[in-house]
Write a protein that binds this ligand. Structure first.
Ligand code: PMV
Length: 318
């Protein structure tokens, strides 16, 4: 029997992180150049199911039953097992990922989506994208507390989305391919810690923080239109304004600010932190002609890793 293979991309939040937790809209796009790949085979004549982790820097084989109760891999698999009324067969699952962990690029949501898709197919269950999304959110909830749901949604649907907690997810058009550079600060911070910090700031200074959250919501509305009509300069300006607002919320760091500044000095049209912040990656948008200069400037100014890619118009029906 050939292996069941499923994949899920990484993502970035182009506009609106943190404010999305408070009900404002945000824009996220999948990043196909980084992915989680899950491959599942039946473990015929084996007593146990096994998970083989294959990352660039380390390899590990673990028994499924040896995984911690709260391990995200175990939770995602168990969520699918709960859909059937019989003892699931033993399996051998190989997981490989090129998505940097805890860096704001969606590694945990991609893992949950790829496992949910793969395991449901392995068990012969058809799940719609909406159903996969609900299960992936459950797994995200265990790890992150109460995430907004934007990460699992953009990764499940695999196209740029405008997301808010109370409205239906809508696919957004990005008319012209946009060149982006993602640069790593080399620092890692848990998203839930930065979300808590913003919450604390909101409690302490509601008169200051509330208008900033609303301002971010307004930037997202303008950005949706600018993306649709390919107004690159405006997109860049809105990103810088979004970064300044995130800084005021307390989500930035010296390293993120330095990389944002470096990219702007070297010709980027705009830049901002992406995801939870404090560490992880930032994103810069540039014209093709200046991408090289922006990338090498970022490396000189301390970026530990660069991902250079494009984001494109929506893929209908994917
Ligand atoms: O750090 P990431 O990629 O998981 O992004 C988090 C985005 C936040 O808005 C900060 C949190 C959330 O749940 O939406």
């Amino acid at each position: 029997m050939p292996a069941i293979i499923s994949k899920a991309s990484g993502k970035i939040i182009l506009f609106g992180e943190h404010a999305v937790v408070y009900g404002y809209p945000a824009i996220a796009v999948p990043i196909d150049t980084i992915q989680v790949k899950v491959s599942i085979l039946p473990a015929i004549n084996k007593e146990q199911s096994i998970i083989k982790l294959r990352n660039i820097n380390w390899h590990d084989d673990v028994l499924f039953t040896a995984l911690d109760e709260n391990d995200p891999i175990r939770i995602s698999i168990k969520n699918v097992f709960a859909l059937i009324n019989q003892t699931p067969p033993h399996f051998e699952m190989t997981i490989s990922s090129s998505i940097p962990i805890a860096a704001g690029l969606g590694s945990s949501a991609a893992l949950a989506v790829a496992i949910t898709k793969g395991m449901s197919r392995f068990l012969g269950i058809y799940l719609s994208n909406d159903e996969i999304n609900v299960l992936a959110y459950k797994s995200e909830e265990i790890q992150h507390g109460s995430p907004s749901g934007i990460d699992n949604s953009v990764i499940t649907f695999g196209h740029p989305i405008l997301y808010s907690k109370s409205k239906e997810i809508s696919q957004i058009e990005i008319r012209n391919a946009i060149h982006i550079i993602l640069a790593d600060t080399g620092k890692r911070t848990l998203t839930k810690d930065v979300v808590s910090l913003v919450k604390k700031n909101l409690k302490k200074k509601p008169d200051v923080i509330k208008p900033i959250l609303a301002e971010i919501g307004g930037l997202v509305e303008k950005a949706t239109d600018a993306l649709l009509y390919g107004r690159l300069k405006e997109i860049g300006n809105l990103m810088v304004r979004n970064h300044i607002a995130l800084k005021k919320l307390g989500a930035s760091s010296i390293e993120l600010d330095q990389l944002v500044e470096s990219s702007l000095i070297n010709g980027a049209l705009g830049a901002k932190l992406c995801g939870g912040g404090k560490g992880g990656y930032m994103v810069a948008v540039c014209e093709p002609a200046s991408c090289e200069r922006v990338s090498s400037g970022l490396v000189s100014d301390g970026a530990t890793h660069i991902i250079s890619t494009t984001i494109v118009g929506s893929k209908k029906g994917k």
